[in-house]
Design a binder for this molecule. Structure first.
Ligand code: GLC
Length: 444
């Protein structure tokens, strides 16, 4: 489907991200930090700036733009080969209802999310913010409003932190492709991009995250990314910057999959198969899948940025509302286990996921096994166990290879994930290999 000379996947990877890739078994947030990107000061400073973000764990991504009017995925302009002049006409139809962002922020908050990241300009080049550098922006077209100002107001009024997604690749700007081969075009285009980044970092008060995307067709040197990010940090000293301007900066961004790194990471994912609104995409994740993904990110010390793609009027597709509402009910009771988690080394089970706080292991059973729940390979002694929600004590038996929790309800108390709180005599770890190697093979 994609032009082979523009493979989407390779556009997403930056040298910086790839360099930090480690198998998840090695990756821990408390592992040695890699060299910080050239524009970050010290590891200590980064840790200070990132504290809220690590604790937040769960955020809402919002993809909104002219592609929402088409309702055929945010890549429609390129994938369907739509001429620029034809695509521009969408700006005359794009007029979302005022303050649509308030419902997004409310939903994010009720889902237990603590921050939002919204597209200020996607690859299509249309700006949702007020810019002096082009007329191709919401305030100067049908919407006649700064949609980013509305989003900022909405996030702030719900007490959420917020970030700006900004695509470096631009399918609309006349220099957006020829900048690769024409130095005068590169100069104009880079000035335009830096100018817009300056605007979004200057006009909305404190911004928590700058989330760059696709850095085609230039190298970080061509984009002058280092200079750009120094400017950003001067304007926003506490900001967190992702890795997609081609230098590592503060965090790495695995996309549509969960992968732990030995540097701060955030897995971003769609709720169906599209970032921007796609009317017919019905491949929705279930609330259970969302909870399981959030648990995996939490367990491995990362963040989970889950997307909504609002309709052209700004309303959120019904299935997204339903999923996030159910996730929110689960988060009401279990959010403390997400926001207060330490990285967890217990990972193996065919029906449970795990989080940890100090010496306590939380077993999140998403496929409830029934009256007995067994865990293999736990290396610590269990001191006590209880049902997390009710506090009811659980009986257990432990031998060298297995701990069994008994007398549990026959059917799942919580259909998304029922949690057992298991206090151990040290930070819980697991050794599955020892079961295979050492468990007696004779039947006596
Ligand atoms: C990719 C896609 C883009 C989406 C982004 C989110 O870069 O090109 O459409 O916005 O991923 O991570």
């Amino acid at each position: 489907m994609n032009n082979p000379s523009f493979p989407r996947r390779t556009l997403l990877k930056t040298a910086g991200a790839a360099a930090f890739l480690l198998p998840s078994s090695v990756a821990q947030t408390n592992a040695k930090q890699p060299d910080s990107g050239p524009t970050t000061s010290t590891v200590e400073d980064r840790n200070r700036r990132m504290q809220w973000w690590h604790q937040a764990r769960f955020g809402m991504f919002v993809h909104f733009g002219l592609y929402s009017v088409l309702g055929r995925h945010e890549w429609a302009m390129e994938e369907e080969g739509i001429p620029v002049a034809e695509y521009e006409l969408l700006a005359k139809q794009f007029n979302p209802k005022p303050h649509a962002a308030r419902a997004w922020a409310k939903l994010a908050k009720s889902a237990g999310m603590q921050y939002m990241v919204m597209t200020t300009k996607h690859h299509e080049g249309f700006c949702l913010f007020d810019t002096k550098l082009t007329n191709y922006c919401a305030p100067k077209q049908a919407a006649s409003r700064d949609l980013i100002a509305e989003y900022v107001e909405a996030a702030r009024s719900e007490g959420l932190r917020f970030g700006f997604y900004y695509s470096l690749m631009d399918w609309h700007h006349p220099d957006g492709a020829r900048c690769a081969t024409d130095e005068a075009a590169r100069r104009r285009f880079v000035d335009y991009i830096h100018g817009q980044v300056r605007e979004i970092c200057s006009n909305y008060g404190k911004v928590n995250v700058l989330w760059y995307d696709v850095n085609w067709p230039l190298t970080p040197e061509g984009w002058e990314s280092e200079k750009m990010n120094r400017m950003v940090r001067q304007l926003q000293p506490d900001i967190l910057i992702n890795n997609r301007s081609g230098i590592p900066e503060d965090f790495t961004t695995p996309e549509q999959h969960i992968q732990a790194y030995n540097a701060p990471w955030e897995a971003c994912m769609t709720m169906n198969d599209s970032w921007g609104y796609q009317r017919a995409d019905d491949d929705w994740k279930s609330p259970k899948t969302v909870v399981r993904n959030l648990l995996t990110c939490t367990r491995d010390g990362g963040n989970y940025l889950l997307n909504i793609g609002p309709k052209p009027d700004g309303t959120i597709p019904e299935p997204s509302v339903e999923v996030l509402t159910r996730v929110g009910k689960w988060m009401d009771a279990h959010g403390a286990l997400i926001h207060g988690a330490d990285p967890c080394e217990v990972k193996h089970s065919a029906f449970s996921n795990f989080t940890r706080q100090g010496n306590t292991l939380f077993i999140h059973a998403y496929f409830w096994p029934g009256e007995t729940l067994a865990l293999g390979g736990l290396q610590q002694k269990v001191v006590s166990a209880k049902m997390y929600r009710t506090g009811q004590t659980i009986k257990f038996e432990q031998d060298q290879f297995r701990v069994q929790f008994t007398g549990l309800p026959a059917s799942a108390p919580d259909p998304l994930a029922t949690v057992l709180a298991v206090e151990c005599d040290g930070p819980p770890t697991q050794d599955q290999t020892s079961i295979r190697m050492r468990r007696k093979r004779e039947s006596v």
